[in-house]
Design a protein around this ligand. Structure first.
Ligand code: AMP
Ligand code: MG
Length: 314
């Protein structure tokens, strides 16, 4: 259990960003909006601040954190860089792509950030508020999703406060996250192989086209320890591929399949991705004891949406 603290609510303006940066600089932990989901940030080189993230989330210590940096120069100072990383960063940064690269010995990060691995997960976020905080603080920020471990990820400030109010120092309310799904994670192995550790907004085919090689299976050197089967759990049984609601189910629709609430009435995958976690939060709070979800096609963003749904149902 983390110590009880009053959680400051901050606006996404200059004053709020300055206050969040001040709290972070002093070793505090703050929830910050990003284009994927809300992140719970701490200075990545401060072992106590990083420990506070794990405590607040109830996150297992073997599950490493993504480190957020403002640009490629900052990334290069922390991890071993190669031509593939440069091409990916040119194409997709700032944006929802996380690269797992060999950790540089001079990086100076708290060991808990990497879960004791010799690799580091790096992301350069696009959200203006997260970017402004990074600029102000001037050091890399470790930031997992801002929710209790295993629960549904947050795409709104309310979602964050539903599990972390009183457990974190502050939150900047920046409205709804546009993408709504966590970043795609790619591991770049030193031998030239690469693998997707987590599907997300950037599709495997886009990456394949850019790198000119097909993905392999993640080697023993690089794993995604956090990719537990059970994740994103709404706390109720979840039935997938449902065509209609049964008794006692709150149903999330998609396209032509209606429900109590639709991920996207027009069957738009980007809209469904952006609304997925809001739908799961809504279903979790509904009086019905169970959740049903309409089929979502396994194409494009549908792959990442179905990955999250399978874990929610596990
Ligand atoms: P979250 O912070 O909840 O978005 O999850 C971050 C995920 O990034 C973790 O669950 C891991 O799967 C992955 N990750 C972070 N660092 C590493 C690393 N060094 N090697 C492999 N995977 C990593
Ligand atoms: Mg998470």
């Amino acid at each position: 259990m983390s110590r009880k603290r009053a959680t400051e609510r901050l606006d996404a303006d200059d004053a709020g960003i300055a206050r969040a940066a001040e709290i972070l600089a002093c070793g505090g932990i703050t929830a910050i909006p990003t284009e994927t989901v809300y992140g719970l940030a701490a200075r990545a080189e401060d072992a106590d601040a990083v420990a506070a993230i794990f405590a607040a989330k109830g996150r297992p210590s073997f599950n490493p954190l993504i480190v957020h940096i403002p640009d490629m120069a900052a990334a290069r100072s922390l991890a071993e860089w190669d031509e593939r990383a440069r091409m990916l960063a040119d194409a997709f940064w700032p944006g929802p792509l996380t690269m797992v690269l060999p950790l540089r010995s001079v990086a100076g990060l708290a060991p808990a950030v990497t879960g004791g691995l010799d690799t580091l997960a790096l992301r350069c976020p696009a959200h203006p508020v997260m970017r402004a905080v990074l600029d102000r603080v001037g050091v890399p920020l470790a930031a997992p999703s801002a929710n209790l471990s295993e629960t549904v990820s947050p795409t709104q400030a309310d979602h964050v406060l539903s599990t972390l109010d009183g457990r974190i120092d502050a939150i900047i309310d920046g409205g709804t996250s546009k993408q709504g799904l966590e970043s795609t994670i790619i591991a770049l192995e030193p031998d030239g192989c690469w693998a997707i550790l987590r599907s997300g907004p950037i599709g495997v085919r886009e990456i394949e086209a850019l790198l000119g090689t097909a993905p392999g299976v993640a080697g023993s050197a690089i794993r995604a320890p956090g990719q537990l089967t059970r994740h994103y759990a709404p706390g109720k049984p979840v039935r997938l591929e449902a065509r209609s609601a049964r008794d006692g189910e709150f149903m999330l629709g998609f396209g032509p399949v209606n429900g109590h609430w639709s991920l996207s009435p027009t069957g738009d995958l980007a809209e469904a991705a952006a609304r997925l976690y809001a739908g799961l939060h809504r279903a979790a709070q509904a009086p019905e004891a169970k959740i049903a979800v309409a089929p979502v096609p396994q194409e494009g963003l549908g792959e990442a949406i179905n990955d999250r749904l399978r874990r929610a149902a596990a």
